[in-house]
Design a protein around this ligand. Structure first.
Ligand code: ATP
Ligand code: MG
Length: 366
């Protein structure tokens, strides 16, 4: 990935622009970690970048970034800039393109995110990022309070990086988080969720959650049930417990899933009826969150006599003709009854057994 990233920045330098790899890729590379994508910083403007590369996309959210897909890698190329004014402690509303790498690094959040690699593969480290990587320390570029005041998302990013990398927060950062945490309330749920997702899927998620609780960030984040999350094996399971889909963004599919997971959390996840009604996945997630034995849940599921209504040895036609009746709502009651009897091994799933039961129980009733 580094070789391809160097090739890409060389394309820019061959056009007489300055260009450096920066941010997450450099940080993760120096730590021996894998990266999803590569951030590039350059003095070429978005227009100029688009003249050089095919496959450019302009993200709607971002100012002055161009996404380039090349060598199977997603590059986010951002023009050197100064951020002049911020609104509501969120993204900058006014930016100014500049020609100077150093100035661009000063607007970045943490020292460990300011390390660059140039076209020759040389590391450029103006702000002591490597020292902080060695010391496993999250330190802001400049005054932490001011930086959080400008953009409160940096508070969550600090916790995210400390969690994912298993780093410590610098004392100034911790103090500033306590002082400015109320600003999190104004951020968009979308941006907050992106950071929270990264905290929750991390191998160190329990530590991240504990950090959020220790800083009392659950209040401004409106995560009332955060302290109820005891197990972090499933992201959707965590969000189910948090129960915040009224304001945090989720797809309809995810919402339905979380609703069912919450229902099943209160049930016995080895129970045939719970497994039959809600399926293996929902019960497994709920089981995981409760620390149950996943293998046992899977075994219980596979040993169910039936997994769906069509597995029953009789059809609607059989029920109707045995009761001499037209279709009606009674069918669903009969089905539920025999499903239960079969699942709990009180009736064999055999046609004559089921029909005999239905005839005896339902024939006389209206
Ligand atoms: P990853 O991509 O692994 O999630 P990253 O550090 O690359 O982590 P990005 O969101 O891709 O994070 O941002 C790229 C770089 O842009 C960061 O490394 C940082 O230098 C800068 N940056 C991102 N968000 C902010 C912010 N809110 N304030 C200041 N600088 C930021
Ligand atoms: Mg990145």
């Amino acid at each position: 990935m580094l070789d391809n990233a160097l090739k890409l920045i060389k394309e820019l330098t061959q056009h007489n622009y300055k260009a450096y790899i920066v941010g997450g890729f450099v940080r993760d590379y120096l730590l021996g970690r894998e990266s999803q994508d590569v951030d590039v910083t350059t003095n070429a403007t978005p227009m100029e970048i688009q003249e050089i590369f095919q496959n450019c996309f302009l993200p709607t959210e971002d100012y002055g970034s161009v996404i380039v897909k090349k060598y199977g890698i997603r590059f986010e190329i951002t023009t050197f800039r100064k951020e002049i004014s911020y609104q509501d402690h969120r993204k900058p509303v006014e930016i100014q393109y500049i020609d100077d790498l150093y100035q661009d690094l000063l607007r970045r959040d943490f020292t460990i995110n300011t390390i660059c690699i140039d076209e020759n593969g040389e590391v450029i480290d103006f702000l002591g990022g490597r020292d902080d990587l060695d010391r496993k320390l999250i330190r802001t570029v400049g005054d932490a309070s001011l930086r959080f005041e400008e953009d409160a998302l940096r508070i969550l990013r600090a916790v995210r990086f400390a969690t994912v990398l298993d780093f410590q927060l610098d004392q100034d950062v911790s103090d500033a988080i306590r002082e400015k945490s109320y600003l999190l309330k104004d951020l968009s749920y979308y941006r907050k969720k992106e950071e929270l997702d990264k905290i929750f899927v991390s191998g160190y998620a329990p530590r991240g959650i504990q950090m959020l609780l220790d800083f009392h960030l659950d209040k401004p984040l409106e995560l009332e049930h955060l302290s109820d999350v005891k197990n972090t094996d499933s992201l959707i399971g965590i969000w189910s417990i948090l129960n915040v889909e009224e304001y945090y963004p989720f797809s309809n599919n995810e919402k339905e899933l979380m609703k069912n997971i919450r229902i099943v959390m209160d049930l016995n996840n080895y129970d045939p009826m719970a497994l039959y009604q809600y399926g293996l996945y929902v019960n497994s997630v709920a089981g995981e969150m409760k620390g149950l034995d996943k293998k046992k849940i899977t075994e219980s599921y596979h040993s169910l006599v039936i997994h769906r209504r069509s597995d029953l040895a009789i059809s609607s036609e059989d029920i109707m003709s045995c009761l001499h009746k037209e279709p009606g709502e009674y069918l669903s009651d009969v089905y539920k009854d025999i499903e239960r009897e079969v699942l709990y091994h009180r009736l064999k799933n055999e046609k004559d057994v089921l029909l005999k039961y239905i005839k005896e129980k339902y024939a006389s009733v209206g």
